[in-house]
Design a protein around this ligand. Structure first.
Ligand code: C2E
Ligand code: MG
Ligand code: MG
Ligand code: MG
Length: 291
């Protein structure tokens, strides 16, 4: 405490940080058993086609159900797992769980593309592509119903490997998506080279649509850029009907967010999906602008 006062905020001893470090160390050792002990749960959040309200896809989002700490959100352990080399086991578990679910849904006549988030450390590793290929065959899953979402972070160290792996995944028939677009470091030239199908606008831009005017221009530019490159454009974090309307007018293809539904465990998601016909949020009638 003395140290803290002496250094005017540049604390040498910070009990909060110390505790945080201990928590992290404890979590790290707990992570080792989490996969084996089945402590992860995959939730599903619907994605809706804006032009007709059809629910045609869902994003798989993992949560850690810790025996003592309760529910831990992915942002509290995924980056940490990636830094400590423990992401791969989680990614593989999630992909298998999702593919089993998708195969079951397909048998029941439910046509959904399911997205799985993968870390850059996964996407850069050829062994990860081997795993995906093997899992698709082993579980007899339709590759066209699987989409992998990759976040373009600054941590991209092996661009050539990444491009080669994405190309291989594409040839397998798997869809690819760039997540959180607008927050990373990738250039337009680089984006044009990426063999992806979809671009997701980061929710910070989408959420600010309602109150920050310049975001309208940013979002419109991202949608246009995506379309110029032949990509499907998805808005994440759609929370209000006015954001939905603005995105619809701007020609955004898909919407995902609390306005439609929050992520739900598989059984709840399926019940919600079966009970929800086309969504009522349809684009406004634009013919009044025709002259
Ligand atoms: P993401 O892939 O960008 O996923 C979207 C996040 O936004 C999810 O948070 C989702 O619950 C949240 N979200 C969706 N709609 C709304 C909305 O309308 N309002 C607000 N405020 N939030 C909304 P979540 O589930 O906490 O996941 C956070 C991040 O963790 C994900 O961001 C993704 O990067 C990562 N993640 C989740 N599951 C996995 C996984 O299985 N593997 C990997 N590598 N990363 C994962
Ligand atoms: Mg995602
Ligand atoms: Mg995202
Ligand atoms: Mg995001």
């Amino acid at each position: 405490y003395a140290a803290k006062r002496l250094h005017h905020g540049h604390a040498v001893y910070d009990p909060g940080f110390e505790q945080n470090r201990q928590t992290q160390l404890a979590l790290l050792s707990d992570l080792r058993n989490a996969v084996a002990e089945n402590q992860f749960v995959v939730c599903y959040q619907p994605k809706v086609r804006m032009k007709d309200g059809e629910i045609d896809a869902a994003e798989a989002l993992v949560r850690w159900r810790h025996p003592e700490r309760g529910w831990i959100p992915p942002n509290d352990f995924i980056p940490f797992a990636e830094q400590t080399g423990r992401l791969r086991a989680i990614t593989q578990w999630v992909i298998e769980d999702v593919l089993e679910r998708a195969v079951q849904w397909a048998r029941e006549g439910i046509v959904l593309t399911v997205s799985v988030n993968v870390g850059m450390s996964d996407a850069e590793d050829a062994a990860f592509v081997d795993f995906v290929e093997d899992a698709l065959i082993r579980l007899q899953a339709d590759p066209a119903r699987l989409c992998l979402e990759i976040t373009e972070t600054g941590g991209m160290s092996r661009q050539l490997e990444l491009m080669g792996n994405l190309e291989r995944l594409r040839r397998l028939g798997v869809k690819l998506s760039i997540d959180d677009f607008g927050t990373g470091y990738s250039s337009f030239a680089y984006l044009a080279q990426m063999p992806v199908h979809e671009l997701k606008i980061d929710r910070s831009f989408v959420q600010a649509l309602d109150f920050k005017f310049e975001n309208v221009s940013i979002v419109r530019s991202i949608i246009e850029l995506g379309h110029i490159l032949g990509l499907q454009v998805v808005a994440e974090g759609v929370e209000t009907e006015s954001a939905w309307q603005a995105l619809a007018i701007m020609g955004c293809d898909e919407a995902q967010g609390y306005l439609v539904a929050k992520p739900m465990p598989a059984e709840d998601f399926l019940r919600w999906y079966l009970a929800t016909p086309l969504l009522p949020y349809t684009p406004p009638d634009m013919s009044i602008y025709d002259t």
